[in-house]
Design a protein around this ligand. Structure first.
Ligand code: TZP
Ligand code: MG
Length: 242
């Protein structure tokens, strides 16, 4: 009998090297091909974020991505989630496609409802831009969400609505100091991104962030595999294998 039965990716996901992508990000390349490159470069977590696709298209892309993960990720544990669309994640899972969960934003489906719909073995990530977002996430019943996504680190064209504008109209992004502060408010792991490029990884790895997430640093790179490899190596230079 196995004393430590493997239950699901929820028990062992690796947030450190997190690629977010959708068909609008890949310069016309198939999302699954870019995922293949990123996995070869060392990506550990994939999020499909297809803002303009319908459920059928999302499920179709998810099937191709899951096949690439099964093929390339044999020796690694690579988690795969879908952004926003709990309906698409449910449909994919019902079809036997290995989608491990969802990443939801503050304005998407309520996290407790998402947990109810997806069940105990699904990964649920939640975007948390502010201290209040983090406090609310921490106050959720234990086990509702599995990790937080914080950002943006810098301003980014990929997520223009993510900049915090204060009462005086000043624009703010997330600094290392705020990440460490956010971290102190929660037991949940926090992955940080938004405008992150190779030369940010040092600072990020020196903060309490549990990993980086990127879109364009990988999807728009001339060689996405090499770009992923460099991002992974820069992190490991500071953190080792942790
Ligand atoms: N959430 C916060 S910023 C962002 C998301 C999905 C976009 C990050 O894209 P890029 O290209 O890495 O700046
Ligand atoms: Mg969202």
């Amino acid at each position: 009998m196995n004393i430590f039965p493997y239950r699901s990716m929820r028990d062992c996901f690796d947030l450190r090297f997190y690629l977010v992508l959708g068909p609008d990000d890949t310069n016309g390349r198939d999302v699954a091909d870019v995922v293949r490159d990123a996995l070869r470069g060392g990506a550990s977590f994939i999020q499909l974020r297809a803002k303009h696709a319908d459920v059928r298209e999302i499920v179709d892309m998810a099937e191709r991505i899951a096949a690439v993960i099964a093929e390339e990720g044999k020796d690694q544990s690579v988690a795969f989630v879908i952004d926003d669309r709990v309906d698409a994640a449910l449909e994919a899972r019902a079809k036997g496609i290995k989608v491990d969960g969802v990443h939801i934003g503050q304005d998407d489906l309520d996290p407790q409802m998402a947990r109810h719909l997806l069940g105990r073995d699904a990964i649920i990530g939640l975007s948390a831009k502010t201290e209040d977002d983090v406090r609310r996430a921490e106050a959720l019943p234990f086990g509702t969400v599995d990790y937080l996504g914080a950002g943006p680190w810098h301003e980014t064209s990929t997520k223009p609505d993510c900049i915090l504008i204060d009462d005086h109209g000043a624009r703010h992004t997330l600094a290392a100091a705020s990440i460490d502060h956010l971290h102190s408010l929660t037991r949940l792991p926090i992955v940080v991104g938004g405008g992150v490029k190779l030369n940010d990884i040092d600072t990020l790895a020196c903060s309490k962030a549990d990993g980086w997430f990127v879109i364009t640093a990988i999807t728009k790179a001339e060689d996405p595999e090499q770009a992923t490899h460099e991002l992974v190596a820069a992190w490991q230079q500071v953190r080792g294998d942790q």
